[in-house]
Design a protein around this ligand. Sequence first.
Ligand code: HEC
Length: 171
Amino acid sequence: MKKFFLGLTFVLPIFAIPSEELMKKGYEVFKKSCSACHVEYMSHEEIRQVRMRVMKGEKPPIQAPPMNEVALRVKHFYPEEEDFIEFVKNYITEPMREKGVCMPMAFKLFGVMPPIGKGLSEEEKEAVAYWMYHRYEGSWEEMIRKFHGHGRGIHGRGKGMMEKPALQGED
Ligand code: HEC
């Protein structure tokens, strides 16, 4: 019984509101190990501009999908915090086309991510995944809707293309 209560004191804080300490640590890991490829945030407008350049056949000016896009996309498939963190920790250590949830366009444009997580400690992986989960507001659906609203009419490229955010277009 004593053990049980001891256990609780350890478990409870994990389910609290985002821990500032973990967020800080996660952000540090992001800056150190992820930001060379993933920009922290790109607005819809910026993403749209990149997409237009890519559609004209130019190389994208970035090395990977922006982190806000990645986080919302992963959250769409792994809405629960625990599953999300597990997925991110696993993916960054052993990235594979088959288990990735980015859309085909991301893989086509940028290739599969290198196993960056192999050089990180368990705590660093946990922190950066936690940070990714809590850093961004909104949802994937919302992101699509915004593109939908803006995209058509301006470029007139047809509905299908413009329903998807810039770097995650369908194949
Ligand atoms: C050398 C460039 C590079 C670095 C550094 C990098 N990534 Fe990536 N990442 C990519 C690319 C490219 C993709 C898109 C293709 C893919 O999903 O594998 C990606 C995709 C992802 C995905 C989505 C996977 C999917 O398809 O479901 C996650 C999650 C992710 N990165 C997390 C991270 C985190 C966390 C870090 C830092 C610890 C990081 N990345 C560092 C290049 C990078």
